[in-house]
Design a protein around this ligand. Structure first.
Ligand code: ADQ
Length: 465
């Protein structure tokens, strides 16, 4: 193998590694193997961009292209974030189905495919990421690249009934079939994709995750993404972590328990439902009033999209109402901080939090669940309350698994977590920690890249290896 080429909408160069699981995960994988990362520069310009900019940083070469205003609106804001994102997160009610923006989305996929094809040389591996580039499979082949090409979807793959709601579903499925390896976060997602391909595209199931459809043979399996637990453990003991925990301890005052939530502000994360469940906790379990504070950290994202603006208003309203109903002169039940924090600061907050609420309505994986476990003190670990609809629930079965729509169940789980014995907390944490350590970020990328590499080998070698 020569080099690895990763393609994703945002790269670590453009995001500066802030909120966003993809940036965190992929930059770790690329730094280990060296290689090229191709994506959007983060800049929007008036004209259709012609050139690219090339940056080198910590062993990774970044090739970045601007987006024109028309591309940004059609490809990014509209098709990716107002059609695919809501549809794949089971929010058909929020999706704005539209054919014109699909054409712009297709053209942007083709433009980036041409940048990849210019950079790739025989022996390279191309690894495309996420829902911005669903059409990259055949776009790459059209651009002249025919080497091993993999695709990893970071968000859920919906049930076939919901995928079919996208007017372009068949076109997208055909394009996906041009990838050699398609990776999903969970078994549930992989099963949804298989069912769609078999029911709708007459795919033949060849066993072992492989399918034949549209005249192509490819594999589609689950590769649950992990984190680097060692980095998080260290981060939890850093200076920044200490400073953050001192600040929050001053706010909490002596003896008060901390329940924490950390999410991008997104309707898929179930934040209004979570706030309501915390309200219900104070309503149903009066004994915890004044003794527990819930802090939600939620940096606004995609704030140009209307549904996200509405969410912010909803959260402001709910936090205000719950604090008004239950708060006291010396106690604020819900604190909600609409800003990003550094990884070290978050790790410190995770470590001192008695309970973490990871309660998305749908989530591909959810890295916060894993980061929370990695940041705990083994002698006094906190408790994870986890939605059954996060991909992480398939691996993290020792968390308190809840249905985020069931406020009463979530309130009871929080109460149970707050009153859980040290022995039970340790047992649960031990099992979770073993999973997070064994199935870490390297495990994820190694498994995917091993399968992808096997596609580039002559058939006899691939079988023998
Ligand atoms: P996201 O939807 O962004 O990722 P998630 O997996 O939780 O969700 O990752 C968020 C990352 O951003 C975490 O590393 C977290 O620590 C960080 N973060 C969150 N809030 C922050 C804040 N206030 N300040 C700074 N950092 C913050 C998508 C999918 C997920 C999938 C990931 C990775 O939606 O389901 O797990 O990709 O594949």
């Amino acid at each position: 193998m020569n080099k690895l080429i990763v393609v994703s909408n945002r790269t670590a160069a453009a995001t500066g590694l802030r909120a966003g699981g993809l940036a965190v995960a992929v930059s770790d994988a690329l730094q280990k193997s060296g290689g090229t990362w191709i994506g959007w520069s983060g800049e929007v310009v008036d004209e259709r961009p012609r050139g690219v900019s090339v940056i080198r940083d910590e062993g990774v070469q970044y090739i970045l292209s601007d987006l024109s205003q028309e591309e940004f609106d059609g490809y990014y804001l509209q098709f990716a974030n107002r059609m695919i994102w809501p549809d794949f997160h089971y929010r058909v009610d929020l999706a704005h189905y539209d054919n014109d923006t699909f054409e712009i989305y297709r053209a942007v996929n083709q433009r980036f495919a041409e940048i990849v094809a210019q950079e790739a040389t025989p022996g390279d591996l191309v690894w495309v990421h996420d829902y911005h580039f669903l059409l990259m499979g055949d776009a790459l082949r059209q651009a002249g690249w025919d080497g091993p090409t993999g695709y990893f979807l970071h968000i859920p793959f919906p049930s076939p009934e919901l995928f079919r709601a996208l007017p372009q579903h068949n076109r997208i499925a055909r394009s996906l079939s041009y990838f050699d390896v398609i990776g999903f976060q969970s078994e549930r997602d992989a099963a949804n994709f298989h069912r769609y391909m078999i029911e709708e595209c007459a795919a033949v199931d060849l066993g072992d995750g492989r399918l034949r459809a549209f005249g192509r043979t490819f594999s589609a399996r689950a590769y649950p993404i992990g984190i680097d637990p060692v980095t998080i453990e260290k981060a939890a003991e850093s200076e920044l972590a200490r400073a953050a925990t001192e600040k929050i301890s001053r706010f909490l005052g002596g003896g008060r328990s901390l329940v924490i939530g950390v999410d991008r502000m997104d309707y898929s994360k179930g934040l209004p439902e979570r706030f309501e469940a915390v309200g219900q906790l104070f309503d149903q379990f009066e004994q915890v009033r004044g003794k527990v504070s819930f802090t939600q950290i939620a940096p606004p994202s995609r704030s140009m999209v209307e549904e996200y603006k509405n969410l912010r208003k909803e959260l402001d309203r709910l936090a205000g109402r719950i604090n008004g109903d239950y708060g006291d002169l010396d106690w604020i039940p819900i604190r909600y901080l609409a800003r990003a924090y550094q990884r070290d600061e978050l790790a410190g907050l995770f470590r001192v939090a008695d309970v973490a609420l990871v309660t998305p309505l749908r989530d591909g994986m959810n890295l916060v669940a894993k980061e929370y476990v990695a940041a705990q003190d083994p002698e006094d670990p906190g408790v994870l309350v986890l939605s059954e609809f996060a991909g992480a629930a398939e691996q993290m079965t020792e968390a308190l698994i809840i249905n985020p729509h069931d406020r009463g169940q979530v309130a009871e789980a929080i109460y149970r977590a707050l009153t859980m014995s040290l022995t039970e907390r340790k047992d649960r944490w031990q099992a979770l920690s073993e999973t997070v350590k064994a199935q870490d970020i390297s495990w994820w990328s190694d498994r995917f890249l091993t399968d992808l590499r096997a596609c580039g080998l002559p058939a006899a070698t691939a079988v023998a290896s």
